[in-house]
Design a protein around this ligand. Sequence first.
Ligand code: AMP
Ligand code: MN
Ligand code: MN
Ligand code: MN
Length: 275
Amino acid sequence: MSGAGYDLHIHSSYSDGSLTPAELVEHAVKIGLDGIALTDHDTVDGIPEAIRAAQEKNLRFIPGVEITTDYGDVEAHILGYGIDYRHPELVAKFETLMAARIDRAKEMVNKLNRHGIPVTWEMVEQHSNGRFIGRPHIFKALIAMDLVQPAYRRQYFEHYLGQNGLAYVPHQEIETGEAIQLILKAGGIAVLAHPGRQGTQLFIEELMDYGLKGLEVYYPAHDAATVRHLLSLARRYQLVVTGGSDFHGDMGHGQMGESVVPDISWAEGLLAGSN
Ligand code: AMP
Ligand code: MN
Ligand code: MN
Ligand code: MN
């Protein structure tokens, strides 16, 4: 029997969300979700805490990750579900990506300084709960400095930190195929995140050659026509159908449970505690 469904795209304070994994689990239980996956950007640091909390609260939980990758000059986000979060190669790669993120964030702070904005690294660090610093943490520092008009947050984000913004620095991403294979090696299922958002659906067949197994169909920015189209692609290519809200707490827009997937029979062997 399914209730409110499964939200399989959620960020915690171990990346750029504002809630801890335990708080996320608590919230999921409160709103009656059947289960969740934690999918922090490029890190699995929050997973042990999430597993403990989910066991305590009896919530079904899938360990996950969302890897930022480059497919040519398109940014493609790859979700990994049911990964062994202790897998040595995966852990080593994420360490590299996290270190690169810190260098990149420092460079963005320098760029802002060169544009006369006196934000400091210390001010940015204050908005991160862990080792992860991304654009949302820099943006929070700018908000705290009163450099952002609350009614125009999105526009200000784009102005300062968007891809064509004042201080943007590209990620040192990994290639999409490498990310998919890393997820496979770590025992997981690789899924293309929000294919309706970045035009990445054109590459689905090519990504399947690397081992892509699913599409994130249900997503807040996908309208009904996009969902229908993605469902038909999933059927045509025999890919699993996933979905989630991309919840970031107060670091993002949506609410947990805003997009869910009703059925996760494809993930039965991937739930924490199932092996
Ligand atoms: P990064 O991974 O450091 O490039 O930061 C990207 C993150 O910034 C995304 O995962 C979102 O959480 C957030 N983000 C991207 N675009 C915007 C925007 N226009 N307004 C607010 N947050 C954004
Ligand atoms: Mn994010
Ligand atoms: Mn994403
Ligand atoms: Mn996300």
